[in-house]
Ligand binder design. Structure first.
Ligand code: THU
Length: 134
């Protein structure tokens, strides 16, 4: 785990701020994410739901797609704040997407935080061993 306490704290704050922008009228489950990209920039994302439910995008993928679209190559860390009172980890689809942009030398750090501020720090390798690859 290479990220400092200060960086982790910044990412957690950014994820909490991003959660304010969640569009979740169907589930009422707001999620915010913040990505620390390889270029050192923090990118944010929130879950965005749709009346056609399957079109919903998770906060993690919204943040990662913003980062990658802006030219960030790898993802050093991602923080997530949900609406759960338990720490809740990224869904399987988001784990696969995080793994795509993780570096093999230094797997992406995943910080997961409950609405009350309890948090866990893991790596994508712990959350998704043996990911699909071509
Ligand atoms: N959601 C996320 O944003 N991230 C996850 O890892 C799992 C679920 C969102 C999707 C949906 O808008 C709401 O949470 C309830 O499933």
């Amino acid at each position: 785990m290479i990220e400092s306490d200060a960086t982790i704290s910044l990412l957690r704050q950014a994820a909490r701020a991003a959660r304010e922008n969640a569009h979740c009228p169907y589930s009422q489950f707001a999620v915010g994410a913040a990505v620390l990209a390889g270029d050192g920039v923090i990118y944010r994302g929130a879950n965005i739901e749709n009346a056609s439910y399957g079109l919903t995008i998770c906060a993690e993928r919204a943040a990662i797609f913003a980062a990658v679209s802006a030219g960030a190559g790898t993802i050093k860390a991602i923080a997530l704040v949900t609406s759960s009172h338990d720490v809740s980890r990224p869904c399987g689809a988001c784990r696969q997407v995080i793994a795509e942009f993780s570096s093999t030398d230094s797997p992406t750090v995943v910080i997961t935080e409950s609405v009350d501020g309890a948090f866990e720090i893991e790596t994508i390798e712990q959350l998704l061993p043996h990911r699909f690859n071509l």
